[in-house]
Design a protein around this ligand. Structure first.
Ligand code: MTE
Length: 323
């Protein structure tokens, strides 16, 4: 298979400009259509399988982690009502409104590519088979906001080890569920769906990198990426791919959604770096979600405050070039 590097692919090859500009309108129409179809076609039993709005089921046996920050977590309400999840709508409040469309049971994760034991694992086995920890991490977005989230999850490296990566596994690619019924934003061709992300293998194997299954001790709500999403606390939010169904170990750097769409704005590495501005805004400071627009902006730290743990991964790299 011919793999094109993201830099070789212009965004206009993927998304017609008028579709991109009208994305809000088109997403609203796609989701309204899906909502009506879902309500029209659902029996009482099927309705019970759609996630109810509000707080989720508690995850048993969650242990605290020494890798948590001691910052005060953002409120549950703010974390679950200010989201980026384009498949569930454009704008920060739309994903929470539309999350009921995302059924998350049954759910299977496929792990394939450069590994000795490719295969599948169900979400119930993920929840019971990997010790679930509370990891309080800061999530930082390129749009200059941040929140502190008490995630529940487990190190990605523990899951990858089960599938036995080979020595040719240099990168890890991730894919979101492709199902326009459950993720109706996928009816609008603003991205080359499904949403895709990637990490270098050493980033994926770092003990700070987790697959999250919950927050505030409970199963993840749909808008936050149920039932399984990536969290890499030293990178910008868009690396945190949601509702993952596939992980592929690869020899080449994988294409990612944002690299394909706007490569000049979002690089593959996406390390939080106050010294490198986004073309349309400064990355030097941020506000905390939940504190309001009048709150004082805080200075952004390199690697989101995790430099002592992760800067060595990038020794010798020009982080202006590999942004
Ligand atoms: N994953 C998918 N599948 N689709 C998306 O639109 N948005 C990303 C990331 N993961 C996104 C996604 C962006 S831009 C951010 S900032 C984080 O999710 C936000 O995560 P949160 O809603 O839990 O705050």
């Amino acid at each position: 298979m011919l793999i094109r590097r993201p830099a070789d692919i212009h965004s206009s090859e993927i998304t017609p400009r008028d579709v991109w500009l009208r994305r809000r309108e088109l997403l609203q129409a796609a989701i309204a259509g899906a909502g009506l179809a879902a309500l029209g076609g659902l029996s009482q039993a099927a309705f019970a399988a759609v996630s109810p709005p509000g707080r989720g089921e508690a995850i048993p046996g969650v242990r605290p982690s020494a890798l948590s920050t001691d910052e005060t977590p953002t409120s549950y309400e703010a974390i679950t009502s200010y989201n980026n999840f384009v498949e569930l709508g454009d704008g920060k409040s739309a994903p929470a409104r539309n999350a009921r469309l995302l059924r998350t049971r049954p759910w299977t994760l496929r792990v394939e590519g450069e590994c000795e034991a490719p295969g599948e694992i169900g979400i119930e086995d993920i929840l019971s088979g990997f010790a679930q920890e509370e990891r309080i991490y800061r999530l930082r977005c390129v749009e200059a906001w941040a929140m502190v989230v008490p995630w529940v999850g487990f190190p990605l490296k523990d899951l990858l080890a089960r599938f036995q990566p080979t020595s040719r596994a240099k990168y890890v690619a991730f894919e979101t569920l492709m199902d326009p019924k459950r993720l109706p934003g996928q009816r609008v061709p603003i991205y080359d769906w499904p949403y895709r992300e990637g990490l270098r293998i050493d980033e994926a194997m770092h003990p700070l990198t987790i697959l999250a299954t919950g927050l505030y001790g409970e199963l993840l709500p749909g808008q936050n990426g149920a039932p399984l999403r990536l969290v890499v606390p030293w990178k910008y939010g868009f690396k945190s791919i949601k509702s993952i169904v596939a992980i592929r170990l690869t020899e080449q750097e994988p294409a990612t959604t944002w690299n394909l769409l706007q490569p000049e704005e979002y690089g593959f590495y996406a390390n939080v770096n106050p010294a490198v501005d986004h073309p349309r805004w400064s990355q030097k400071s941020h506000r905390m979600i939940g504190e309001g627009w009048l709150a004082r902006k805080r200075p952004t730290e390199p690697f989101n405050g995790y430099a002592d743990k992760v800067a060595s991964l990038y020794a010798g790299m020009d982080l202006r070039r590999f942004y």
